[in-house]
Write a protein that binds this ligand. Structure first.
Ligand code: GLU
Length: 421
């Protein structure tokens, strides 16, 4: 059965191809396979956006896609990026379904996006775009329905504006409508660090698969945003040696290990990594082929591809970004026995702590940071062991095993719920 042509895009094809591969190996019921290939609900909106100078009005496109409503409310981030389209958002919504399922949080997958470059916007412009987009999708979101969170190009402040817009609309405060909010509004402490921290909890296990000692292991991280930055900090705390990081301004490298806190301070003060004094500057793309033990792509999709996969020397890749590795690159790396901890497992710490945030908002009862971090750690390590168990048992790679685990729980739920009417 063909997946919907409406969603046609390279990224959507990749997500469906990955799903099909796992579904075939699992011998998944054809009827269930057909249903899971296409998102259940997709919303495309266009709206006017007035620039600060007041004379220009631009038409902006936005999306919110809910892949699956079987498991509970839907959940997933909102990205602001210049090339976002329905196919990309649909692919990412599907990945969110498997991700939530792997770590056992009671959500289906969703994703949203606005096709705009946030780096070109003033704060006032960013706020107007956020509020108007929220208004356009307001009927499909809600604490019991669909709960947005930050993703590429959005942050705690954007979530605060979304929460405020929704709350103004319904006439009372609804913190649980989004996660990744500032703690002052009911956001979870430790949410900001959650994705990077969760990912690094898996580093010792992943390193041991290829007989690397996690202490002193060399790590290169592509991206120094919400994922890369906190992965670097967590990695350094665990005594891994973070030798290189990069952002859109380029990369920095220090053979003896970067002082990650100093790098973070530099970025706070200067916005980008460029010009950081205590390291060599390197070309941003060369980060993938550095002579390191572990590579962490933590920015955008498609960066590990057929052009660089054969030149990667890292023995382990831990995927912080969503879909950073293309299908072709995945095949090349599998052939070469590079051990990959796939995105839907490795970066699930973000949505896990989002789940904690939602639970705390709904119950109006807040946990301590120690409780949050301990529960995150337990969930990440359990997820890893379960996926690894499937990989060993079924003799498949970790990505396929993660998909099998994610898909199975959803398929079981779909079958017992049956078909309406
Ligand atoms: N945007 C993050 C992701 O891709 C987090 C989603 C969430 O917390 O809902 O996993």
């Amino acid at each position: 059965m063909e997946a919907g042509r409406e969603f046609d895009s390279p990224m959507y094809h990749e997500a469906v191809a990955q799903f099909d591969r796992a579904a075939t190996l699992m011998g998944l019921d054809d009827n269930v396979t057909g249903r899971l290939r296409s998102p259940q609900r997709s919303m495309i909106v266009s709206f006017p956006f007035r620039h600060d100078d007041y004379t220009e009005v631009e038409t902006i496109f936005g999306y919110r896609v809910q892949h699956l409503t079987t498991m509970g409310p839907t959940k997933g981030g909102i990205r602001f990026a210049p090339d976002v389209d329905l196919g990309e958002i649909s692919a990412l919504a599907m990945l969110m379904t498997w991700k939530c399922s792997i770590v056992g949080v009671p959500f289906g997958g969703a994703k949203g996006g606005v096709r705009i470059n946030p780096l070109e916007l003033s704060r006032a412009e960013l706020q107007r775009v956020t509020r108007r987009y929220t208004m356009e999708i307001i009927n499909v979101i809600g604490p019991e329905q669909d709960i947005p969170a930050p993703d590429l190009g959005t942050n705690e402040q954007v979530m605060a504006w979304m929460m405020d817009t929704y709350s103004q609309h319904v006439g009372h405060s609804v913190p649980a409508v989004v996660t990744g909010k500032p703690p002052a509004l009911g956001g979870s402490i430790a949410r900001r660090e959650a994705t990077g921290r969760g990912l690094m909890f898996l580093l010792p296990r992943a390193a041991s698969e290829v007989d690397l000692d996690p202490v002193g292991v060399s790590v290169a991280i592509h991206g120094f945003g919400n994922v890369g930055r906190y992965a670097a900090i967590a990695g350094q705390q665990m005594e891994a040696k973070i030798v290189a990081v990069s952002d859109i301004s380029g990369g920095i490298y220090n053979h003896d290990g970067l002082d990650v806190e100093a790098v973070a301070k530099w970025v706070d003060e200067n916005r980008f990594l460029e010009g950081y004094p205590d390291a060599d500057s390197i070309d941003g793309d060369s980060i993938f082929t550095l002579d390191v033990d572990i590579l962490v792509p933590a920015a955008i999709q498609g960066v590990i591809n057929k052009d660089n996969a054969s030149d990667i020397t890292a023995k382990v890749i831990i995927e912080g970004a969503n879909n950073p590795t293309t299908l072709e690159a995945d095949d090349i790396l599998r052939e070469r026995d590079v051990f990959i901890v796939p995105d839907i497992l490795a970066n699930a710490g973000g949505v896990t702590v989002s789940y904690f945030e939602w639970v705390q908002d709904v119950q109006k009862y807040f946990w301590t940071e120690n409780e949050i971090v301990a529960r995150l750690r337990e969930i990440m390590l359990t997820g890893y062991e379960e996926v690894h168990g499937i990989a060993v048992r079924e003799k498949v790679d970790m990505r396929t095993a993660a998909l099998m685990k994610g898909i199975q729980r959803v398929a079981d739920a779909k079958l017992v719920r049956g078909i309406f009417p």
